[in-house]
Design a protein around this ligand. Structure first.
Ligand SMILES: C[S@@+](CC[C@H](N)C(=O)[O-])C[C@H]1O[C@@H](n2cnc3c(N)ncnc32)[C@H](O)[C@@H]1O
Length: 415
């Protein structure tokens, strides 16, 4: 079903609100830091003097500077948002010289309303309220919810595109890539370009990039505008390694062992996104996974049927974004070729649990999900638990470890 006019308008309003959030990062974040200055002046003179002795005000100045550096980076991502509006976003990862980066035809997917119940979410939930109508005379005022998603995007850069994130990537992406290489060990490096790999919920695209870097044809899929703006920027507008410096930890002073942990600069990217094999096929498709890949036959004017089109699907911290995971399992199964493989790693932090928008949410445990996989026609192997973090600040006094489930699921029958 093509989107209705109302849905297209809602989508565009949401996108322009996301752009407004990026643009207003500096005043919003500086105001939050200014609150600390104001609070300082409410203290007794003696306490103010003691804080002056330990350089508290200087620290606030350093935070301001870090915010301004972040703001310069954030602004670059929305310096040309027209490329997204009304655009056919089929190939977000643009071709680099000699590289074919074409994706299938999609537009922006529709982000669904949803709020999240936990503060240590491994993912950004989508907007909780319907977008306010655009009033040309009045600028959208980002909420803390919007800003939180932008701040999470900065941390997502650390996970995907910094040396600092290597440990996290090694524990998540490496076992998945190893399983992929293992499954296709009979395919020579030269022939890998014939193997089509899909990465739904691709985030900032590093896993998809690594797969393309190995010579596979790889497509990422993502529907968050925050992620799409950020991944488009890093994948297509980066010229050199460590071109950017951001300060992703300056937004909260809680659980910091010292000043350097708070003000730690992170350099990006640690790999050059354009560094891909000659003629490689790497694309990032914008939109909702179920809408884009879910069509059963070629009777959807907007989305070509993807039935039996993929050799492998890799999901990292993704399956729990489903309202009804059975549908995700069915879509993954349907789009795989017979004998195709689905490699999964992630927790079950059901994103729609406790949503305030009356969306359905079916929250299953691992055993239930695995039983459903078998019923739908997968054979599971390689099952194990892998401990890993998600956008963790390695120097903070608080960290969450996920005991994620890993499996390789081979499509054995059509059900
Ligand atoms: C927890 S994040 C994981 C990102 C990435 N795989 C990683 O490991 O860093 C889940 C991602 O899935 C995306 N996502 C959630 N539901 C989606 C959907 N229905 N279609 C496409 N992307 C979706 C979110 O926007 C988010 O970027």
């Amino acid at each position: 079903m093509p989107p209705s006019e109302a849905e297209i308008i809602e989508e565009q309003i949401h996108f322009s609100n996301v752009v407004a959030t990026f643009e207003q990062y500096a005043p919003y974040s500086l105001a939050a830091n200014n609150r600390r200055r104001k609070d300082l002046y409410t203290l007794p003179q003696a306490d103010q003097a003691l804080l002056a002795d330990i350089g508290w005000k200087d620290k606030l100045v350093d935070i301001d500077k870090a915010i301004m550096a972040n703001a310069a980076f954030v602004k670059q991502m929305v310096s040309n948002p027209e490329i997204f509006l009304n655009a056919d976003l089929s190939a977000l990862a643009e071709g680099n010289d000699g590289h074919d980066h074409n994706g299938s035809n999609t537009g922006f997917g529709h982000e669904n309303s949803h709020s999240h119940s936990t503060s240590h979410s491994h993912c950004q939930p989508n907007h909780p309220n319907s977008p306010k109508p655009i009033n040309p005379n009045k600028r959208y005022r980002p909420t803390d919810f919007d800003m939180d998603k932008l701040r999470s995007t900065l941390k997502q850069f650390v996970r995907d595109w910094s040396e600092e994130g290597k440990g996290e990537r090694d524990s998540c992406y490496k076992p998945m890539i190893d399983a992929l290489l293992d499954h296709f060990s009979g395919v020579s490096e030269e022939q890998r370009s014939n193997i089509r790999v899909l990465v739904p919920g691709a985030g900032l695209g590093r896993l998809a990039y690594e797969i393309a870097h190995l010579g596979f044809a790889c497509q990422g899929n993502e529907f968050s505008h925050y992620m799409l703006l950020a991944s488009y920027f890093i994948l297509n507008r980066t010229e050199k390694i460590n071109e950017h410096t951001i300060y992703p930890y300056v937004h909260s002073l809680s659980n910091m062992p010292d000043r350097s942990a708070l003000l730690r600069p992170i350099m990006l990217p640690d790999a050059l996104p354009s560094d891909l094999p000659e003629g490689s096929d790497f694309s990032l498709v914008a939109g909702d996974f179920e809408e884009i890949y879910g069509a059963e036959e070629n009777n959807d004017r907007d989305h070509e049927s993807q039935v039996g089109m993929w050799d492998a699907v890799l999901t990292c911290f993704f399956v729990d974004t489903a309202k009804n995971v059975i549908n995700y399992l069915r879509v993954i199964h349907r789009i795989l070729k017979p004998g195709g493989v689905w490699i999964n790693l992630g927790p079950l932090l059901w994103h729609w649990e406790n949503n305030t928008t009356n969306d359905p949410s079916i929250e299953l445990d691992v055993e239930e999900v695995k039983t459903l996989c078998r019923k739908i026609g997968f054979q599971l192997s390689n099952e194990r638990t892998i401990d890993t973090t998600y956008t963790n600040n390695t120097q903070a006094m608080l960290g969450y470890v996920y005991h994620t489930e890993f499996w390789t699921a081979t499509k054995i029958s059509d059900n």
